[in-house]
Design a protein around this ligand. Sequence first.
Ligand code: GLC
Length: 436
Amino acid sequence: MKHLCTLCCAALLALSAAAQPGYRPTPENLASRQQFTDARFGIFLHWGLYAMLAQGEWAMTNLDLNYREYEKLAGGFYPAKFDAQAWVTAIREGGARYICFTTRHHDGFSMFHTAQSPYNIVDATPFARDVLKELCDECHRQGIRIHFYYSLIDWWREDAPRGRTGLGTGRPEGTEDADSYFAFMKAQLTELLTNYGEVGAIWFDGVWDQDRNPDFDWRLDELYALIHRLQPACLIINNHHLDPFEGEDAQVFERDLPGENTAGYSEQGISQLPLETCQTMNGMWGYKITDQNYKSSDELIRYLAGAAGRGANLLLNIGPQPDGELPAAALERLEEMGSWLRTNGQTIYGTQAGPVEPRSWGVTTRKGEKVYVHILDWPDTELFLPLPASQLRVTGAVRFADGTKVRYHQDNTGITLRLPERPETPDCIIELTTAR
Ligand code: GLC
């Protein structure tokens, strides 16, 4: 089975590797990549009609819900407590520098006002507000980037190509019409890139739905060229779990840091593009009432540092409730991350991966002549860093928290830090000053 998947992936890759052949990012795109990389921390928001079912964003297909029944959820969608200002404020104060919002997920419902289908939050719900517009305006006001998640899969539209999911939603057979579906997606992407101001990224998902159909053409060349033409600075990110295709501006990993593969989505290599890891705060992307299995703030802080130490951003997910509020458990964690970042953000934002590869004890980040050693899990007062002296010479070491000197010994193989006491949690940061 795994072998078959690998074969399919290879075939998909062969077909799509040059989604936008000859692509040369513009100077504004390169500047946007740098801004994205410097941000290091974003919040993912999975919000749609599925919040009402409270079982995650896959409820429609997992429960084989009939599309004519599912769409009736729209008639009752009235998230009375939705407040874009409150969301953006909490997220910004949590230290995140961008938001990625699900404009349309696999269930096919558009969370923005689109002229391409009445099945959208303004025309199909009593709420009748363009939440995307409110969110974008607020992000622009508060100076934080907004990215749009956009699903390539659609379990509701009759013309949508059928892959391996959404087959039990009752749509009549023989209604697929790729030309009509792609015209719809292009028209929606045009709306998204012309009606909502500056968009930091379009974040695609769902290429993998056709992994048993290697000849399937997602027409990414057309979609990518359209996006880059409408907003050259808008980054294209595609969660296809494969090596990046030409035309993409950043590479994302799902539920794993680059170089790890605990979730099984990350057999691909690590590219030279800006990197991002998306991860859940609990176990699910969309709101799930029975999932209170939230990671602790300390765990999330360590994950953020772990991402930065691998040169990657963390896109951390929250599933807003059906009433429009962010779950209290998520807000609590945001607050704690924000408070940690206010003190320690200098060792995360605007950094690159440091000179020491990620180790079992933690990671390093680097900014100019400073190297930050993030000790995430180490029970002892002595720590050896394999820092080849030919690469780097350390001229000073202090605890980042209070500037107190840390004793060290350096030889040709590396540097040994002598910590005054056991490293504190969640992240004991030692700042090294280096001379080349
Ligand atoms: C997976 C899930 C999808 C979710 C995405 C976020 O692709 O299928 O529901 O939106 O991950 O990374």
